[in-house]
Design a binder for this molecule. Structure first.
Ligand code: SF4
Ligand code: SF4
Length: 101
C-alpha cells in the first residue's frame, strides 16, 4: 500500500508538504493508495507553482524551483534531507523537477 509522497508524520496527524499544513489523513487518504484522488494532490502543481519566480529561472537546478522542496521546512521531500543551500541541491540536480508546468 502506498502513501502520498507529500505526507509527513506530524504531532497532530499528517503534515501535507504541498500546502505546508497539517491535514486530516482520513479525509485526504494521505496514507493509502487513494491519495491520487486527493484534491490537493491533484492541484499540487498549482499550489507549488506559487514558487514560480523564485530562484534562478532557466538556470541550473535550484531547490526553490523544485516540486520536491518544502520552503517552510527547508527540506527536500524526495530525498528526505535538509537543504542547507537551495542553490546547491543535495541531489545535484538529478531529481530536480520544475515546480511549474
Ligand atoms: S493532503 Fe493530499 S497532497 Fe497532501 S499529503 Fe495528503 S494526500 Fe498528499
Ligand atoms: S535536492 Fe533535488 S529533488 Fe530535492 S528539492 Fe532540491 S532539486 Fe529538488
Amino acid at each position: 500500500m502506498g502513501k502520498c509522497p507529500y505526507a509527513k508524520p506530524s504531532f497532530l496527524g499528517v503534515r501535507c508538504e504541498v500546502i505546508s499544513n497539517v491535514v486530516n489523513p482520513a479525509k485526504h487518504n494521505c496514507l493509502n493508495d487513494k491519495y491520487v484522488e486527493c484534491e490537493i494532490f491533484k492541484k499540487r502543481d498549482e499550489f507549488l507553482g506559487e514558487r514560480q519566480g523564485k530562484g534562478t529561472r532557466g538556470g541550473k537546478p535550484d531547490c526553490r524551483r523544485c516540486l520536491f522542496y518544502s520552503e517552510l521546512t527547508g527540506r527536500c521531500v524526495k530525498l528526505g534531507v535538509k537543504v542547507e543551500d537551495p542553490t546547491k541541491p543535495p541531489c545535484k540536480g538529478k531529481e530536480f523537477k520544475e515546480a511549474t508546468q
